[in-house]
Design a protein around this ligand. Structure first.
Ligand code: HEC
Length: 103
């Protein structure tokens, strides 16, 4: 009985953690990649400048969409087009998870 409960619990934990992996990026990896973003968007994702948007708590899917749009230049902003140029799809997903998770 005990063993069965344990097996069920670990199966649930496995299922939950793989859901997280599917649902979005890795916020810890995103934090490392976002060091260069903090100068404009703020260390806590809240910008000090009127023309630099806040990113903290923004929707993850929206952030991914905007980063990809800057990368393919369908959204034009010289600064952001340059900032995202070196980022991979995984980097963008991770950065989005990082900012989305900020309060
Ligand atoms: C030199 C300043 C600067 C740096 C550094 C910078 N950004 Fe930006 N970012 C901006 C500005 C300015 C805008 C607004 C662009 C516009 O008006 O379309 C912006 C817009 C964005 C947006 C869109 C927000 C929205 O609400 O639509 C995202 C997402 C973003 N930046 C992410 C990042 C990430 C991730 C990094 C680091 C890889 C980064 N930025 C680095 C200045 C900067």
């Amino acid at each position: 009985m005990k063993r069965q409960i344990l097996a069920t619990a670990s199966a649930l934990i496995l299922a939950a953690s793989s859901n997280i992996a599917i649902a979005g990026g890795d916020a810890a990896a995103g934090k490392a990649k976002a060091a260069s973003c903090a100068g404009c968007h703020g260390a806590q994702g809240i910008s000090a400048m009127p023309l630099y948007p806040n990113l903290a708590g923004q929707k993850e899917a929206y952030l991914v969409k905007q980063l990809k749009a800057f990368k393919d230049k369908s959204r034009k902003d010289p600064t952001m087009n340059a900032m995202v140029a070196p980022l991979s799809d995984a980097d963008m997903a991770n950065i989005a998870a990082y900012y989305a998770g900020m309060k």
